[in-house]
Each structure stands twice: as structure tokens, then as C-alpha cells.
Ligand binder design. Sequence first.
Ligand code: PAN
Ligand code: ZN
Length: 183
Amino acid sequence: MIISPVEFLKDELKGKEIINKATRIGDLKNLFKDELQRMRVPQHKIVYEVQAYLPVDEGTLGGLFFGITKIHSGKVGNEYFITRGHFHEVADRAEYYWGIKGQGILILMDQSRKIRAEIMQEGSLHYIPAYTAHRVANTGIDTLSFGACWPADAGHNYAEIAAHGFSGRVVEINGLPQLITED
Ligand code: PAN
Ligand code: ZN
């Protein structure tokens, strides 16, 4: 019998090896520009969910991981819901993202803190180069779903972003998303 251990159906991973993780407003202290507004949002509210398929041990040279992220629609103040964002721990590791459903903006920041952004929507493909921090904002009224594929030895360096943040944010101004750069 031929068995597929994992099914990838539109924006859903199914299989007993799939790991699910929800990130809530309460987990994202100091992530948004307006921390007071973040504290006013119910802390259990889910900002994004990740499903991941990790078929090899973390750190395996040459291995690949696969994930689906769903960012719910919402804002903290005028700033759209975002992922935490990270450089890879092994900083020279690249990654692919691709848009599946919804509307968003991928924010990319290099090591000199230079920002660029790409529109994410169904069918968009994004190559995230080495040495580049990546974060996604959901700018739509529906959930934004995107896929990701990254090296199993890349790891996640969240500390750098926790300490210095991104030098750009996606906010709503006059009803439209705008990228505001700070540096
Ligand atoms: C993605 C991200 C996922 C959630 O799988 O881990 O979208 O974002 P944060 O990790 O920034 O919270 C990825 O980039 N993996 O490397
Ligand atoms: Zn990554």
C-alpha cells in the first residue's frame, strides 16, 4: 500500500506528525508599536497559527522543514497583525514563502536594517535571502495564509528582533496599508 504521511490541502496540513502552534496577543509583548493598545486587546486572542512538518531532527544539515502560517485579520492600534519575525539562527540560511489566501505584506530587513517589502497574495512567491529578517503583516479583512520551506538547520533568532525590532512597520493610514520606515 502506498501511504502519504502528510496531506497538504490548500492551506491545511494533515497528518499525525504535524505540529500546531498558536501565538496570542498575550505572547507578543512589545512587538507592536503601541504597547498600551496591545494590552487592551483580550490577551487570549490568537494573532497567528503555524502548522509545521518537521520530518528530520532540528539542525539536520541538508534537511528541509515545511509550514503553513495563518495570520488572523486584525490590528493593534493602526498596525496590522504580524508574525514575530526573525533572522535565522544560522544567518546564511534562505527560505521560500508563498501566498495561498488573503492579502498581506512581507517585510524584509537586511543586516544593515535596510527594509523592503513584497505584496503577498494567492500565487505570490517570495525568496527570502540569507542574512534577511522576515515578518508578515495581514493587511486584509480575511485570514492570510502562506506557505514556507526552510532548511532544517536554520533555526530562529528571535532575540535580535526582540532587542531592536524591525526598522519598518505596516500600518493603516486613511484605510490603506502603508509601510512606514523608521531609520
Ligand atoms: C516561518 C515562521 C512562521 C511564524 O515558518 O516561523 O511564519 O513566524 P515567526 O517564526 O516569525 O513567529 C519561518 O519563517 N520559518 O523559518
Ligand atoms: Zn524563517
